[in-house]
Design a protein around this ligand. Structure first.
Ligand code: BDR
Ligand code: CA
Length: 303
């Protein structure tokens, strides 16, 4: 039986690759895609999500728009590369309704098997928790791309998704559900080298050809990983870790989010040594087996 998943996205090139992998992977059933403001304003992230799915032939997977801004803050800056408006053809508009309601309704009607995969600022997820706290028991686990143990990408210690909406992230980590954090420590070790980009481009499915274009775009825009060769497709790592959790090395510890620090807002503070005495609430990703990651990517793209 494929694992049912919901992706919460702010599509961006790497969200798009994650969506294509999830839609096509035989071990996943993509129930729906909820969108939020992040890499770009909500209208763009929603439209990009529709274009990604529609151009690959997945017009039956619902796309529902959610929060248009973080809980308490203005929508902060994104990179040029991530805020691009896609040109893939679109066949429909978003499913009417509000992502937060759709998430709550879908989870509450489920039998507890759904894996929630947030790949964006956590605004929709926090709002869903506030609307219906019982979703905590309904989610099998949350596998999110966000955070960093050692090094941020927006500030020295804050990762983009958490930095955009730290208050929402804090709510998500305090909810008491199982969380796997696929942060920058993991994604920075899953850089796709030029040879593997070429392998993806050699595949024939529509979604693989689209992924090839997206990877090329990253190479052109030099969206690379900290000076090392290869492109960093952050969100794809979280989807891959749902299919094959063993690809990650993790540590189980308490994580909280800094919301007030003048230098550190948006930092995921990981109590790896148990200094706070708080019980662990998160499996923090430390490393990833690249070969296993790329295998899942190929399987998702039909290779
Ligand atoms: C995260 O931020 C976004 O720009 C990407 O889509 C990814 O989810 C990486 O920090
Ligand atoms: Ca994202």
């Amino acid at each position: 039986m494929p694992t049912p998943v919901i992706l919460d996205v702010d599509t961006g090139y790497d969200d798009a690759v994650a969506i294509l992998m999830a839609a096509g992977h035989p071990q996943l059933e993509l129930l729906g895609v909820t969108t939020v403001a992040g890499n770009a304003p909500l209208a763009v992230t929603t439209d990009n999500s529709l274009r990604t799915l529609d151009a690959a032939g997945y017009t039956n997977i619902p796309v529902i728009a959610g929060a248009h801004r973080p809980l308490l803050r203005e929508l902060g800056g994104s990179s040029d590369a991530q805020s691009q408006h896609f040109r893939f053809p679109k066949a429909r508009e978003a499913t009417p309704g509000y992502a937060v309601d759709w998430l709550v309704d879908t989870l509450m009607a489920s039998d507890g098997e759904i894996v929630l995969v947030p790949l964006a600022p956590l605004t929709n997820i926090a709002l869903a928790l506030y609307k219906e706290p019982r979703i905590v028991e309904k989610v099998r686990k949350v596998v999110l791309m966000g955070g960093a143990l050692h090094r941020g990408n927006m500030t020295p210690n804050a990762e983009f998704n958490i930095w955009i909406d730290p208050e929402a992230a804090r709510i998500v980590w305090q909810a008491g559900w199982p969380i796997v954090m696929v942060g920058l420590d993991v994604t920075g070790r899953a850089l796709i080298p030029p040879d593997d980009v070429a392998r993806v481009k050699g595949l024939t499915s529509k979604r693989a050809r689209m992924t090839g274009e997206l990877l090329d775009f990253c190479v052109q825009r030099e969206v690379v990983g900290w000076g090392k060769p290869g492109v960093q497709i952050f969100d794809a790592c979280a989807v891959a870790a749902v299919v094959d959790p063993g690809m990650l090395t993790t540590t189980h510890c308490f994580v909280d989010v800094e919301t007030t620090g003048t230098l550190t807002a948006g930092m995921t503070v990981c109590d790896v040594d148990g200094l706070t005495g708080h019980p662990p609430n998160c499996h923090v990703g430390l490393d990833i087996d690249y070969a296993r990651f790329f295998r899942v990517m190929l399987d998702g793209l039909g290779g």
